[in-house]
Design a protein around this ligand. Sequence first.
Ligand code: ATP
Ligand code: MG
Length: 393
Amino acid sequence: MHVAHLSLADFRSYARAEVPLDPGVTAFTGPNGQGKTNLVEAVGYVATLASHRVAGDAPLVRLGAERAVIRASVVRDQRPTLVELELNPGRANRARINRSDNVRPRDVLGLLRTVLFAPEDLALVKGDPGERRRFLDELLVARAPRLAGVRQDYERVLKQRNALLKSAAMARRAGAKAQLSTLDVWDEHLARAGAELLAHRIDLVAALQPLVRSAYEELAPGGGPTRLEYRSSMGEGVPLSGGSVAAARSATEGGGARATGGPLAAALLGAMGAARKQELERGVTLVGPHRDELGLQLGELPAKGYASHGESWSYALALRLASYELLRADGGEPVLILDDVFAELDTRRRERLAELVAGGEQVLVTAAVPEDVPDALAGSRYSVANGEVDRIA
Ligand SMILES: Nc1ncnc2c1ncn2[C@@H]1O[C@H](COP(=O)(O)OP(=O)(O)OP(=O)(O)O)[C@@H](O)[C@H]1O
Ligand SMILES: [Mg+2]
């Protein structure tokens, strides 16, 4: 698939921008702070409904404007789909697909798939576990948009359960008796949504494992090997090998386990039971996918805290390349976005990465200096300066 046209209104630094795009490689170059990343951030937003740089939508709306609009014409199998998103910070965002506004923003997920490489990716390796959980969950949603709903359900139930635990903790401290009758109900909800998310994450990690290993080997021959380890907040003894989604399904279809939804849901319920005393003391949910970690091992050591800067970079790139391979294998070649990554790499890794992505159906590259774009990525060129995006080659 590819984006044939991108149109922005009051998005970031752009009052307006109209950018026609071709398949193949397109490079945006220009001095710092001119709006190169803003362009590709908008493309990424259409794919994920989130920015790769900030958590909320407010910074995406041009200073002084009330709302931002992103329009993208996405071509898949030669058929164009017009996706329009209106970002209204503090209020509900709106979406249109082929001019129909009878859709929710969530329905846009899956129409465009992107894999975005950016300097922020270093946080995948060096940052908090939340960064790695988001990596997994966003990839899950890119592969199966339905899971956006599961993820939302889980977050909602978690919030409600935490509120309940918190008020119970406060009541106990005040010497009153906590109202716990509804907690069991929330436990069941949380276990069900949590088990589904967990099963998909476990299977995803199993699928990524060989792809990350070979991508790392390509980028940094002789280094590694890499090993991904999904670490559950439930501790040891949880079935964490691939095939979890299938196992949960067959357990649920089997009848008896319907109320709990398979072995992972049962494990989550058990872990919540074991942690209940502590949870009531602290007033937060201590077990579940929101507390899990994706361990990134390099050789004998964890990458976080041990890997060198260059190794960490290669690991982050390998995670993105593996995502690309996986989405490609699903069908529907994703758009590759490389935001300012070449400046961070030495010549050899720069060339390796360029070779690995050069064949993509559409590759959008940003770089402050044109010389940073490797020769293997020859294609269309745009200059970005003073709010103008101009085709130069
Ligand atoms: N909401 C906003 N309203 C107005 N201007 C904004 C907004 N958000 C960001 N900007 C401006 O956009 C510019 C940053 O654009 P962008 O990140 O795309 O730069 P860039 O060309 O990628 O630069 P670099 O080469 O340094 O990566 C900054 O000058 C910033 O002030
Ligand atoms: Mg930039």
